[in-house]
Design a protein around this ligand. Sequence first.
Ligand code: NAD
Ligand code: TYD
Length: 338
Amino acid sequence: MNILVTGGCGFIGTNFIFLMKKRHPDWTIINLDKLTYAGNRLNLIDLEKDPGYHFVHGDICDQETVLSTLEEFKIEAVVNFAAESHVDRSINDPSPFISTNIRGAQNMMECARRAGITRFVHVSTDEVYGTLSMDEPAFTEKTPLAPNSPYSASKASADFFARAYFETYNFPICITRCSNNYGPYQFPEKLIPLMFTKATSNEKLPVYGDGLNVRDWIYVDDHCTGVELTLLNGTPGNAYNFGGASEVSNIDLVRRLLKILGRDESLITFVKDRPGHDRRYAMNFDFAAKELGFKPEYSFEEGLSKTIEWYQTNDDWLEKVRSGTYLDFMDKWYGERK
Ligand code: NAD
Ligand code: TYD
């Protein structure tokens, strides 16, 4: 199978490509990535010698590039990971989110439709469902979309386009909605790698608000397996929820991380809350379990240890990423939050 993966130089895309190459050595994977601040071509540089892997530097909003890539590599299936993915950035400036997450996603669907692609997985998020109180049941695929941040609003818009492409054109698209991922290669502006980086440099760990916001954490390989199952066996028109069955509050997570690293809790500092901060996400993935056989393999303890070990043995990766632009942005925000 010839697959086009977009955003393959980002966190989940990188892990997905490595895992698929291991599980399906016969697949040819084309990775189309714009290489924004979050895209790191070096992640997959060793694969560039593999004749079954090709990197294309391009923007999912660019119709010509997408159409010519689909044609040149005789693409049969598309997995669209490419996105602006950080909520805080979307609060700072929603524009790139509208461009990539809505216009880019729709352009991918349109080009794939014109090229006669028979399988398209659009990677979305649990954040499109909005927020839960502590005693509400977890989100199901039937939960109405109620996004609260510019990021989740842009992702929900693309989900509506995916639905419209299926209903209007019978376009063979599935949507996946997954909870918070963690694991190797995650950009250090997201909670776990950010806190790891700060703790190991003896810097303050900024916890938003009261720290009691809850996320359902899933190890990245489990999400990638969900996307793989959708690609192979998903029914067009369906959305599938994936989660890790691991609800943890932010403060609890940060304390666990400090304990593993042997650092003192006095590093924790409570800072101004994120505007519109969703209180709790939780995923009911019974439908994916029944239809696709999905089941998360990693417990949070196991996944967290694996992740910390990876960051400890890949400090050169972290150092290269840290020397990029992200520090300026984060400093600006933390300055305003304190
Ligand atoms: P990421 O920010 O680490 O990576 C995004 C990648 O997309 C980067 O390589 C970037 O260069 C590329 N990209 C951005 N704009 C592009 C454009 N216009 N054209 C081509 N490439 C472009 O993101 P991630 O955490 O790997 O998330 C991947 C997908 O999974 C996103 O769609 C996100 O919404 C979704 N998702 C993420 C999580 C999570 O916890 N990280 C959870 C659920 C769903
Ligand atoms: P994040 O990794 O940005 O993912 P998302 O907002 O998509 O869930 O944040 C995870 C949680 O951690 C979220 O509740 C916000 C919180 N958080 C902090 O408390 N401090 C931080 O510095 C960051 C980046 C996040």
